[in-house]
Write a protein that binds this ligand. Structure first.
Ligand SMILES: Nc1ncnc2c1ncn2[C@@H]1O[C@H](COP(=O)(O)OP(=O)(O)OP(=O)(O)O)[C@@H](O)[C@H]1O
Length: 235
């Protein structure tokens, strides 16, 4: 997006002159204080909102979304939740089932495909949600604080999983988080937002996949410290 500004009908200006690019296969995170415009950027990228000014160009052939709430259909099994996307697109039954089983296996749920959402833990529900996003083989995934409601241990394991999936499948990602360490662990670039604008950018140089232990390196702590300092300056 180039020069994007967004003012809502009630006069609230959420974004002013924002430039942002996600290269193919790149994972970019947005961090910033509550209300600074992160979700508005994602909704604009998804085509759910039209900017007041500026241009948005999405070259990805397929875009997927993952929200903080797993948003599963309670009356469908995990497998049939993941199959739904193929059903809506008219993918033949055998093919959509094979694809759904493959991504459920990739997120570590091969043994839980027949369970309904109420029979799954919060972390497992989020794995189903990620599987549902991946089954469409997206070029771009838009993730709005997907791990925000999870406990710390589940959150760390899902960060590792997402990062491994990203390394294998090389989809681009735009990921919102409030966690500085999550941002540094996952991304190629961390964009630090102030109110309605991108205030700073911190590049993370390490190739994917990143071992979970990288979080305990001194270099990691230094980058997290830099993001935190920029966040404090931008807020
Ligand atoms: N539909 C809307 N109508 C009017 N104002 C809105 C609308 N959606 C968002 N806003 C306002 O735009 C600003 C940015 O909101 P946005 O949801 O993008 O922030 P955010 O950074 O994602 O916040 P959080 O971290 O709390 O989720 C806020 O002031 C919010 O109140």
């Amino acid at each position: 997006m180039t020069g994007v500004s967004m003012t809502f009908d009630d006069g609230t200006t959420a974004l002013t002159d924002v430039d942002l690019t996600v290269a193919p296969g790149e994972l970019v995170t947005l961090v910033g204080p509550s209300g600074c415009g992160k979700t508005t950027i994602l909704r604009l990228a998804a085509g759910l909102l039209t900017p007041t000014a500026g241009e948005i160009e999405v070259s990805a052939a397929a875009t997927s979304f993952v929200f903080q709430d797993a948003t599963l259909l309670e009356w469908r099994t995990a497998l049939r939740n993941v199959e739904l996307m193929g059903e809506l697109r008219g993918v033949p039954r055998a093919e959509r089932r094979a694809r759904a089983l493959e991504v459920l296996d990739a997120v570590g749920l091969a043994d839980a495909t027949a369970r309904h959402p109420r029979q799954l833990s919060g972390g497992m529900r989020m794995r189903v949600s990620i599987a549902r996003a991946l089954v469409a083989q997206p070029d771009l995934a838009l993730l709005d604080e997907p791990f925000g409601a999870l406990d710390e241990i589940t959150r760390l394991s899902l960060q590792t999983l997402l990062q491994e999936l990203f390394a294998q499948r090389r989809f681009g990602g735009l990921f919102i988080t409030h966690s500085v360490s999550e941002a540094v662990y996952l991304s190629d670039r961390v964009l630090v937002m102030g109110r309605g604008r991108i205030a700073a950018e911190v590049a993370v140089p390490w190739a994917h996949p990143r071992p979970p232990e990288v979080r305990y390196d001194a270099d990691f702590a230094a980058l997290a410290g830099e993001v935190s300092a920029r966040l404090a300056a931008a807020s």
